[in-house]
Each structure stands twice: as C-alpha cells, then as structure tokens.
Design a protein around this ligand. Sequence first.
Ligand code: FES
Length: 82
Amino acid sequence: MVSLTSPILPIGAEEVRPVFACICHAVTEDQIGSAVDSGADTIDEVGCLTGAGTGCGTCHDRIEELIELRCGACPLAALQVA
Ligand code: FES
C-alpha cells in the first residue's frame, strides 16, 4: 500500500526524521548537537544558541544527556576543572 503522506525516496534511501528534544521551541537533537559542537556545554548556553530549554524546562534532562554524550568523547572535557 502506498502512503500518500510519505515522500518518494530513491531506492535504498532512508527517510531521516528530526528528533525533537525541546517541544516548546521545536529544537531538534541535531541542533543541540551543533550548539554543543560550537562550544555550548551548559543548558543555559544551549538555550542561548538554540532557544531549547527556555520554556517549560521539561527538556532539561535530555539536553544534559545530549551535552554529556557529545562532550564525553571530547578531549577538552578532561581539561575542565570541577
Ligand atoms: S520542552 Fe524544552 S522548554 Fe519546554
């Protein structure tokens, strides 16, 4: 059955759908990752760059997880002083 709402993709291509981390501001996990790559390593800094987390705050835990996931492999993370 062909869905009329699905895009037509080349054979073998997979549709990539955005995963929203912050619903209030429609910010995707990829956008948060880009913010972290730009140097944001706190929820406030991610919020300044993307708007994520500046509404209800429900997404704060996920933003923190994404920061940790993205920065965990970063060699500069080991240089940060507690
Ligand atoms: S879901 Fe991110 S601020 Fe509300």
